[in-house]
Design a protein around this ligand. Structure first.
Ligand code: UDP
Ligand code: MG
Length: 317
């Protein structure tokens, strides 16, 4: 017998957790030769999520819960869950049933078979998603894969099952700006992609506004690529060359024809444009600097308020 840890980050999911637990435990009951533990991470929910989790833990000793001291974001919640997992394998899933638990047996077999260290799920369509969002999502994957050496698979969900070895590897990546899709790929190991169709949220609503997703995408690019820094330098170089050519042109024209005092509107345009490019490049620098600043502070990725469930009983952390 081995132990499978199922890690579920929950943020305001009181409406979804029960349904998640019911459907997942029905599937897990049929998993051959494996014990299961659930680790629900309450990511500073403002609703009754924690109460629901405590009630679950009271009914089922396999359920453990962690309550973070505030909302740290899904990535931090995942890290907290992985750190507390005791399993020989760990699966990470969303609480909203968008990650169908029915795939668990296949994922587990894939990893237990020995050929793979990780089985991950990607969706092959984006049905039920606003078209604009899908369009931007696809562009994001194109851009980040051009810019970064770490492969970020389009449609990859954060739904995956890993061996203990890979979990430990992920835990060793202790950066503060966590872009999980990138980290899972960066640590390497052999990953098998299992395909599924998009499932809609079971209850509650998505925590991701378009703006939040945009910021997340930019964070992902900055965390896994330094190409924007190179773009800034290349832009600078290109403009140097262009201005050099322009200077030669102006001098030659002056010598041959003379009298070139006209043209200030074009000058203003050029100055404005160059000022814009400069600010843009400084902005890129600023982005990297701010991330570096946060990393250098070395703050903890998450803080625990309390935890409980399982055999440990309730305790304050
Ligand atoms: N989540 C979290 N902390 C957050 C935001 C989300 O733990 O700050 C959890 C959420 O409870 C869910 C998962 O992350 O289990 C995915 O969130 P959501 O379904 O809102 O994202 P979407 O599926 O729309 O991308
Ligand atoms: Mg969801």
């Amino acid at each position: 017998m081995g132990l499978l840890s199922i890690i579920v980050p929950c943020y305001n999911e009181e409406a979804a957790v029960e349904a998640f637990y019911a459907r997942t435990s029905a599937v897990c009951a049929k998993l051959p030769a494996v014990d299961v533990e659930y680790i629900f991470v309450d990511d500073g929910s403002a609703d009754g999520t924690l109460a629901v989790l405590k009630a679950l833990a009271g009914r089922d000793r396999r359920v453990r819960w962690l309550a973070l001291s505030r909302n740290f974001g899904k990535e931090a919640a995942l890290y907290a869950g992985l750190e507390h997992a005791r399993g020989d394998w760990a699966a990470v899933m969303d609480a909203d049933l968008q990650d169908p638990p029915e795939l668990l047996p296949e994922l587990l077999e894939t990893v237990r078979g020995g050929g793979y260290d990780c089985a991950a799920v990607r969706r092959v369509d984006r049905r039920g998603e606003p078209p604009i969002r899908s369009w931007f999502a696809r562009r994001f994957y194109q851009v980040i894969n051009k810019m970064s050496k770490t492969e970020i698979v389009d449609g990859a969900r954060d739904y995956r099952l890993m061996t203990r070895q890979m979990v430990d590897a992920v835990l060793r990546v202790t950066e503060y700006n966590r872009f999980s899709k990138g980290i899972f790929s960066w640590v390497g190991f052999r990953t098998k992609w299992v395909e599924t169709v998009n499932a809609e949220r079971a209850a509650g609503e998505s925590k991701w506004s378009f703006f939040k997703l945009l910021v997340y995408a930019l964070d992902g690019i900055i965390a896994f690529s330094t190409a924007p820094l190179a773009i800034a330098s290349v832009l600078g170089l290109v403009f140097c060359v262009v201005s050099f050519v322009a200077i030669v042109f102006v001098i030659v024209r002056q010598i041959l024809w003379g009298g070139s005092a006209f043209g200030w509107p074009s000058l203003v345009c050029i100055i404005l444009f160059l000022a814009g490019v400069q600010l843009f490049c400084i902005g890129i620098l600023g982005q990297y600097l701010s991330k570096t600043y946060l990393e250098v502070k070395g703050r903890p990725i998450y803080l625990l308020r309390e935890s409980g469930g399982g055999d440990s009983g309730e305790k304050q952390a």
